[in-house]
Design a protein around this ligand. Structure first.
Ligand SMILES: CC(C)(COP(=O)(O)OP(=O)(O)OC[C@H]1O[C@@H](n2cnc3c(N)ncnc32)[C@H](O)[C@@H]1OP(=O)(O)O)[C@@H](O)C(=O)NCCC(=O)NCCS
Length: 346
């Protein structure tokens, strides 16, 4: 008897982003407030980072709550029913409960039935990583009967910010951005250019792991030493150089892989890490002045995995970019990790 052949899973030929939504926390933290904690100035923060204010979540604005709000808007824009969603991917580094993944609660609250749901950790490249997974799941026929996947980037980086650290206290913000990816007759997500560099794992990282942050109870000597809440630390200049040189190259490779030239773009939506990095990338890419560039960082700070979908939503809402335009997106951050691709805007 010949070995029977497994029926192959097959899905849509192409995918595209069909809806985007964001959630910005209610609490605005202007630079003036940050100056209560660090020795700096509004002018220094503005000129060095481009940030004038950021949003920090309140206790009620949890990772799940912000995600549900953002994804709900993306689903509404896509014009589909939550039951049609066949996957929920949540990119985050600031969901502080190790298990279970927050994605299952979010999927349930969104009304996605028993759709597969999981978290990924790829820092500021998390949105691009999630988008790539969604594209593969849909084209591979593993995204439910209708082939829709929700990708959410969400962070409460204020929980992991040492407000007395001069090099990070002014940078990070909170928020959520989400997209619905679905089947398409034409290609709407280009080949991803992505990768990692573990040799630079220490460049941006949590100061300590949870198991060392909290002294384990010691039956003999009593509950031990001091407790240190972990925070994000960063070698700013190293990140800056890497972002400007290597990431501009990755962005160009994503354009080449998609067969698109810079002048054909309707938007450039880089990770909102620092306004000077954005400006340097524009120069390296020789981006024409006619291409609108996301500068959401000014009022949002660096929201890691949430930054690209939040900036995408803002550009569409403000009319700076329009549905159907091509956008170059690139995320990069702790790992180090990065992901760049050309996408069609929803
Ligand atoms: C963080 C960052 C803004 C710091 O800017 P920088 O120019 O590299 O700053 P440096 O650490 O070299 O310090 C330069 C000077 O500013 C001072 N400085 C540092 N932090 C300061 C602050 N918050 N306020 C005022 N002065 C500050 C330093 O003491 C130093 O002073 P000196 O020249 O008298 O010695 C910048 O490195 C950066 O944006 N890096 C990329 C960060 C990023 O994007 N991270 C996210 C990636 S996902």
């Amino acid at each position: 008897m010949t070995t029977p052949q497994i029926k192959p899973a097959t899905g849509a030929a192409y995918t595209r982003i069909q809806g985007v939504g964001g959630y910005r926390p209610s609490r605005v933290i202007p630079n003036a407030e940050v100056l209560n904690w660090i020795d700096s100035s509004d002018e220094w923060i503005r000129t060095r980072s481009g940030i004038t204010e950021r949003r920090w979540a309140t206790a009620e604005e949890t990772v799940a709550e912000m995600s549900v709000q953002a994804a709900g808007k993306a689903i509404a824009m896509a014009g589909i029913a939550p039951e049609q969603i066949g996957g929920v991917i949540v990119a985050t580094v600031s969901h502080l409960k190790q298990t279970p993944a927050i994605a299952t609660e979010i999927a349930q609250r969104l009304g996605c039935g028993t759709a597969p749901a999981f978290d990924i950790s790829a820092a500021c490249a998390g949105f691009g990583y999630g988008l790539t997974l969604a594209d593969g799941l849909i084209r591979g026929g593993n995204a439910g009967a209708d082939g829709y996947v929700v990708v959410i980037g969400v962070e409460r980086l204020s929980d992991l910010t040492d407000i007395h650290d001069r090099s990070t206290a002014f940078i990070f913000g909170d928020g959520a951005g989400a997209v619905v990816v679905g089947p398409s007759d034409t290609p709407g997500i280009g080949k991803v250019v992505w990768g990692s560099d573990g040799s630079q794992a220490d460049v941006i990282s949590q100061t300590q792991a949870w198991d060392t942050a909290f002294a384990k109870p010691d039956a003999v000597n009593g509950a031990g030493e001091e407790t240190k809440w972990p925070a994000l630390r960063m070698e700013g200049q190293t990140v800056f150089r890497w972002a400007v040189w290597d990431m501009a190259r990755a962005a160009q490779q994503a354009l080449d892989a998609a067969g698109i030239t810079a002048d054909q773009l309707g938007a450039f939506i880089p990770h909102q890490a620092n306004m000077r990095i954005i400006d340097a990338m524009i120069k390296a890419l020789k981006l024409p002045d006619s291409v609108p560039v996301a500068r959401d960082i000014a009022e949002t700070g660096n929201t890691s995995a949430a930054s690209i979908p939040l900036a995408m939503e803002r550009m569409l809402q403000s009319g700076e970019a329009k549905s159907g335009d091509l956008a170059l997106i690139i995320g990069f951050g702790a790992g180090l990790v990065y992901a760049a691709a050309v996408v069609t805007l929803p």
